[in-house]
Ligand binder design. Structure first.
Ligand code: URA
Length: 273
């Protein structure tokens, strides 16, 4: 499959189309109607050409950072399913802005309806495969509330490995620490169905609340509210290998990874169009 050459200048109408702003005709219409500007300059020619990657546009009053592949971090609230065809609750895709929905972003793995916290979404199928493949072992950190006291024996069993009902091979936590009388921090490198809840049940406790606080090197910036999302700068940011410098002209990054460097930028919450 040949990908568009992001270094090659393209017509702004075509760029908006590739970013998910509607049909080619819609996108040309947005420009011709004066709804698109670049660094304060209103554009009026749908054929004016730009290099798309990293272009900071304003489309119908909303800032938009162009990315060939979309990769975003959502601070998932409770009450949303990670499915395209949700059964009982709205889909997390409803929290994405329409351009990202049109581009077909998908959650990277799943969080349960009542789990909150860090969820990645992307339209890059190869990246989803890379991040969900058990071969690659990207650590995910969960803050777990339990309904009974957490004791040392439970922590040791979670670290040593427990057998779940669908697989004779034990699964073990990469990290496990008690963070309160009835609270745990668990680090997992696999992503089995209801894994945290089943592991906690396997050691005789019960999970009453679950929040994912880290995915690889990423964590949720304190000002990214539940339901809001932020751009992430590619796989390198997730693996903690990104450059620490932000590209010029980008908005203030808000979903900062651990370690203090800034590798993602503010997206916002879903807005119309
Ligand atoms: N483990 C669970 O049990 N639920 C989640 O949502 C994520 C991990």
């Amino acid at each position: 499959m040949s990908l568009p050459n992001t270094a090659k200048p393209r017509a702004i109408g075509q760029i908006l189309f590739e970013q998910g702003f509607g049909t080619r005709r819609d996108c040309a219409g947005l420009v011709a109607a004066g709804h698109v500007s670049l660094q304060g300059r209103k554009l009026d020619d749908p054929f004016e050409a730009f290099e798309p990657e990293g272009l900071s546009l304003t489309v119908q009053g909303q800032p938009w950072q162009c990315h060939e592949k979309a990769l975003v971090l959502l601070n998932k609230p409770a009450g949303f399913e990670c499915s395209q065809k949700p059964k009982h609750w709205p889909s997390v895709l409803m929290l994405m802005p329409p351009p990202l929905r049109r581009r077909g972003v998908q959650p990277v793995g799943r969080l349960d309806q009542n789990t909150t916290g860090l969820l990645l979404l992307t339209d890059d199928g190869a990246l989803i495969h890379r991040l969900t493949s058990p071969k690659h072992h990207v650590p995910k950190v969960y803050e777990v509330q339990c309904d009974r006291e957490v004791d040392d024996a439970q922590v040791q069993r979670l670290l040593g490995g427990v057998v779940l009902d669908d697989d004779p091979e034990p699964v073990r936590a990469e990290g496990c620490e008690r963070t309160g009388e009835r609270a745990l921090r668990l680090t997992l490198v696999q992503g089995k169905y209801h894994q945290v809840k089943r592991m906690v049940a396997a050691v005789g406790n019960h999970c009453t609340g679950l929040h994912r606080s880290r995915f690889g090197a990423l964590s949720i910036a304190p000002d990214l509210q539940p339901g809001q999302w932020a751009w992430v700068d590619g796989l390198a940011a997730i693996l903690g290998e990104a450059q620490t410098q932000s590209a010029p002209g980008r908005p203030k990054p808000t979903a900062a990874p651990s370690g203090g460097s800034e590798r993602s930028e503010r997206g916002g919450s879903a807005s119309p169009r």
